[in-house]
Design a protein around this ligand. Structure first.
Ligand code: PMP
Length: 360
């Protein structure tokens, strides 16, 4: 068996100990004589798995008691609609920050339900910066303020939390949740598709302050109604049981390595190494403002785009896969989520230096 270093933006690499544990558990979870996939979601065994996963996540992020944790389906994209449906609560206006491709999708979906005020956009810089907070044109009666802390495609990340005052702050943390410690109490709602830093695709995490529950518009599908799902402990219908279990294994792995402070330090080192390699070279370029560079998704271009194909081919041969940039921006993108070992980044940097020496 050869495992590659997989730089996919998502679904993405999972920690190897998690996959091994899942393999050990595959046919017989904890003496039950069945796989987690085969269990009733209402049975004692799965309920214990589900509760443990929630507790481990609460421990990792130190989630305050007045927040509900929901394990849902429909992806972050489902939440683009669920958020206005649940959080408008009689209001009509919402504030959104536009820092790139995922912000735009969230805005487009919210427009179906609400009057969207774009408080700031990074369009002028081609989405390579984060608009300074003091220039944000916030509405006076917004139901919430939404932003995208990490733009997975553009490789732009907030390294600060906007101060939203009494207005609930809503964050799409699909691609940077659990990458370091977080003060959850600053947020009204945090959501994330699982398939980057949490686990396999099919699971969507929502962390929501409980005063925001119970006001969903009447037409909200019940599976997207936070109050309904909170009361049903995320089991108003059959939840994605296996993805939930695997997420639980990832949370245990994070605890075992020492928690989010340790993860944060590893992520800082990995990102620094890669950006340093890019900045020290005239051959590779990352377009993002240094203060807004993502620690999770690192896009870069080659001085000669004609070499892109060869770069990808040789990288693949060296066991470095899925480095092709998003089709909308081209070039390369290395996603270096929590589960990407530091040795994977070292191998990529070594390959990049060697490729440049041979081809530039
Ligand atoms: N937001 C961000 C920041 C993302 O990276 C993605 C997926 N790449 C999405 C939303 C959409 O997530 P999903 O595919 O789970 O709907």
């Amino acid at each position: 068996m050869t495992r590659v270093y997989n730089f996919s933006a998502g679904p993405a690499v999972l920690p190897e100990p998690v996959l091994e544990r899942a393999r050990e558990d595959m046919l017989d979870w904890n003496g039950t004589g069945m796989s987690v996939m085969e269990m009733s979601h209402r049975g004692k065994a799965f309920v214990s798995i589900a509760n443990q996963a929630e507790q481990d996540l609460r421990d990792l992020l130190q989630i305050p008691a007045n927040y509900k944790v929901l394990f849902l389906q429909g992806g972050a994209t489902g939440q683009f609609a669920a958020i206005p449906m649940n959080l408008l609560r009689g209001k009509t206006r919402v504030d959104y920050v536009n820092t790139g491709a995922w912000s735009k999708k969230a805005i487009a979906e919210a427009k179906k339900y609400a009057d969207v005020n774009v408080v700031a956009t990074a369009a002028d810089s081609h989405f390579t910066t984060i608009p300074a907070f003091d220039g944000w044109q916030r509405g006076s009666d917004a139901a919430y303020l939404h932003y995208t802390p990490n733009e997975t495609i553009g490789g732009v990340e907030f390294h600060w939390i906007p101060e939203s005052g009494d207005v609930p702050l809503v964050a799409d943390m699909s691609s940077n949740i659990l990458s370091g410690p977080l003060d959850v109490s600053r947020f009204g709602l945090i959501y994330a598709g699982a398939q980057k830093n949490i686990g396999p695709a099919g699971l969507t995490l929502v962390i929501v302050r409980d005063d925001l529950l119970g006001g969903a518009m009447a037409s909200t599908p019940s599976i997207f109604d936070y109050q309904v799902q909170a009361e049903a402990e995320s089991m108003s219908n059959t939840p994605p049981t296996y993805a939930w279990y695997l997420a639980g294994l990832v949370f245990q792995w994070l605890k075992e390595i020492g928690g989010l402070k340790v993860m944060d330090e590893i992520n800082r080192r990995k990102a620094e190494k890669l950006y340093k390699a890019i900045d020290n070279s005239a051959f590779y370029t990352n377009p993002v403002d240094v203060a807004a560079r993502s620690r999770m998704n690192v896009p870069f271009t080659l001085a000669d785009p004609e070499l892109d194909g060869l770069f990808l081919k040789e990288a693949e041969q060296a066991g470095l896969t899925t480095l092709k940039g998003h089709r909308s921006v081209g070039g390369m993108r290395a996603s270096i989520y929590n589960a990407m070992p530091e040795a994977g980044v070292d191998a990529l940097v070594e390959f990049m230096v060697d490729f440049e020496q041979r081809k530039a």
